[in-house]
Design a protein around this ligand. Structure first.
Ligand SMILES: Nc1nc2c([nH]c(=O)n2[C@H]2C[C@H](O)[C@@H](COP(=O)(O)OP(=O)(O)OP(=O)(O)O)O2)c(=O)[nH]1
Ligand SMILES: [Mg+2]
Length: 311
């Protein structure tokens, strides 16, 4: 089989101070012409992704990157071409964005991205751009503890939360769930209910599938705005991708006191697994907020945690 190497492309998800994202429209005659895109372009010989990103964003939209970090990598095969999209999030830049190549250009709110038509490879990029870099898992031994943990999470500006409640007595689950959902709704925090809770999705923003529930799904569970899944290996990650889950949590990365002696993936194996799927993935297990940069450079969208956001 001929293995033409993929075209390596540096792509920028550029955010302004209000969190809006810069889109440009590809020239009509270009590959994927006429579709909206995140600005960027092909790496030149001996260029790093960060260097190519800096050059392309100057050439195409006239900005100078001051701060950027990896967001997601996409391996996509178009009928005529294979691409590796190395997508970085640009969180700070100087200059004013200006369509240097005469292309259409717009700043768009993340929740409005789905109104634009992008190349087929872009769907997971859009999902990644709509996700924060922290995914908190809410647990507790009793109702008071769950609610006080929620207070601490709210203080940390968390915007995405999984209600797991594995350690809560079953009789308390329904009332705690109502209280958490009510509070999160008021704060604009998105809540995904763990599938083991077997609660209706009323008022929740989505479902978080346990790995067992994931493997039992042949297709994406309907009616949920967000579908996430717990994964521990490549076949679970691939299954999550195949059913069209929005994102996955990969665990355990490092040892944790809650699972002594459990087999861990380690940074390197976790980073390798992520390269095999086009899916935003959060790392879970033994990580702290201080590990964020390392997790992003290993390809993760961010960090998930139970205790990581409580201290
Ligand atoms: N920049 C960008 N390219 C994308 C996106 N999605 C997607 O599939 N692609 C594909 C289309 C192209 O095959 C390739 C990017 O090439 P490009 O046309 O931007 O490259 P370039 O800026 O270096 O342009 P040129 O010098 O070849 O004219 O990646 C996206 O969101 N942004
Ligand atoms: Mg380009």
């Amino acid at each position: 089989m001929s293995a033409t190497p993929a075209v390596h492309v540096a792509v920028g998800v550029i955010r302004d101070g209000d969190g809006n994202i810069l889109l440009t429209r590809r020239a009509r005659h270009a590959h994927q012409g006429g579709l909206w895109e995140f600005p960027g372009g092909k790496l030149e010989a001996d260029e790093s992704v960060a260097q190519a990103l800096r050059r392309e964003l100057r050439e195409e939209v006239g900005i100078t990157v001051k701060n950027a970090h990896p967001l997601i990598k996409i391996n996509h095969r178009y009928p005529e071409l294979r691409v590796l999209l190395d997508v970085w999030q640009v969180t700070d830049f100087s200059g004013t964005a200006d369509a240097r190549e005469g292309q259409a250009m717009r700043w768009v709110a993340p929740q409005r991205l789905s109104a634009y038509t992008f190349p087929a490879a872009n769907l997971p990029i859009i999902t990644a751009a709509r996700l924060p870099d922290r995914y908190a898992i809410l647990e507790g031994q009793n109702a008071e503890q769950v609610l006080s943990n929620l207070e601490r999470i709210v203080d940390k500006q968390i915007q995405l939360l999984q209600l797991r409640l594995k350690t809560l007595p079953t009789a308390a689950v329904s009332a705690v769930c109502e209280a958490v959902l009510e509070k999160c709704q008021r704060r604009g925090i998105r809540v995904l209910l763990n599938s083991d809770l077997a609660l209706s999705h009323r008022n929740a923003d989505g479902i978080h599938l346990s790995s067992r529930a994931l493997l039992a799904c042949r297709s994406r569970p309907p009616h949920y705005q967000w579908v996430a899944a717990s994964c521990h290996n490549l076949s679970e990650l691939r299954h999550a991708e195949q059913i069209g889950a929005d994102f996955a949590v990969l665990a355990p990365i490092l040892p944790t006191p809650t699972h002594p002696g459990a087999r861990t993936l380690g940074w390197e194996a976790a980073a390798n697994l992520i390269t095999r799927v086009n899916l935003p993935v959060f790392f879970l297990g033994g990580l702290e907020l201080a590990d964020m940069d390392r997790a992003r450079h290993a390809g993760a969208r961010g960090i998930a945690g139970i205790s990581a956001f409580l201290t």
